[in-house]
Ligand binder design. Sequence first.
Ligand code: SF4
Ligand code: SF4
Length: 512
Amino acid sequence: MPCGRCGKEREERLVHIRGTVIVALYAVALGCAYVLGGDLLHDLIEGIDRHNLPLWKAAVPLALLLFTTVAAFMRRRRWLCVACERNGVLTIAPSAGPDPTRRRLLRLLGAGAAGAVASLAGLAAAILRDRGWIPIARDFVFTPVENTAPQPRQEWAGARIRSYRRLGRTGAMVSDISLGSARIQDAEIARRAIERGLNYFDTSPDYSDAGSERLLGAAMRGRRDQVFVATKFCRPDGHLQNETPVPDIVRAVEDSLRRLQTDHVDLIHIHSCDRLDRLLAPNIHEAFDLLKQQGKVRFLGVSTHTPNLVEVANAAIDSGRFDVMMLAYHFGMWQSFGDIIAKARAHDVGVVAMKTLKGAKHTNLARFRDEASSYAQSAFRWVLSNPDVSCLVVSFSELAHVDEYIAASGTQPTAGDDALLQRYDQLIAGDYCQPHCGVCLDSCPHDLPINDVLRYRMYARDYGWPSEGQRLYARLERDARLCVTCPAPCAGTCPIEVPIRTKMLDAHRVLT
Ligand code: SF4
Ligand code: SF4
């Protein structure tokens, strides 16, 4: 085709400068994918409230990738006059008309392939930013976790609650096996549990970002009067602090009522109460009295994992303010723990046992599959063999739990139970930190809350609930990073021989 300037033949050439710009644009898009996409992926994996996810962090690199891919397709060959160029006239002559269809198709395919490769590279960049999650994903996604009996027995089918016990001075008769809802996903589980005679639900606003309360609210529709409902002084994003103004506490409880679709809850706990100042926080007690006057709550309780259990439990009982205590209680707890429960009974304070599966080390349960089918029931029978325990709360996360767990209701401990629980203890020896212990705490020069860190590790490793463990761990002022350079004076202080430093380092790896 002749040049419009000199009339000689022109050559068709690629305009390389645009190619350079495109490569640069791809590089910028990949940088954005690494920084912004990596951030977003991190938030997503950690379980940050989806409504608050900054989606623009995905939109920016995606828009850049799309723009660059389109630009790559639009890149055009131009007709260049070689004679004019030789004469120093750098002219790019106007395009000589449409490209042949085949060439255009090839360009389209080339640009599409480049876009696809760049997108995959962007995803890889985001994953690279979060590569610390890879071993955790391996642990939690690819390690089989035994949440449910591998071979449900026929005799469990259709099991019903066979025993109800008095919940202290509340006077309520509650099912010995009761429903915990921290990980419940299906309202049918709660409905079926009610049909089988279970009549105590434990929930909290910070379980599943208030999803647990909503789900139980839906499950109880039309049957609210059949269930004794316990929730916590809490918001979906965390516990209420001591100084929270009374109207804010009241509003938080009213939000719970709305989610639970009820005008009152039967019991409200001061949640995860570790210290006396929290147990007796005036604002919380004032809010409780106000809510009680209004008929929105009936009884006050306290739930605790604290190593200061004796102090907190005694203060709770002696104050006369608390109607119920929710405590971790399971096979192998030290003898004096029974004294606290007996004292609660003497003061007519109801006792709800939690953590009855002793950390629910389901990963370990998989190692003795023959007995795994009855482990939960053996553990429940041991807890309920203490007549001062009003009921136990266990997390029902699958429909199969309704048969499996409720089948233990009203049954008596057997010799086989004891042998099984002892064998399980040997299996988890050195890996399980007992709630309410704290013997090792004074040995740590950095005042690390060893028991809390190991409990968060348990949430992540054994409950298969890493986001909760990580959320709680992130709130600590000091963390187990300090163990890396510490000579470990904590070594040998644990009466049940937990290798503290090793477990703390593992906790840090799993929780960060
Ligand atoms: S190893 Fe960790 S837990 Fe043990 S004393 Fe040192 S900092 Fe504390
Ligand atoms: S590590 Fe041992 S001593 Fe420390 S709190 Fe746990 S069980 Fe108690």
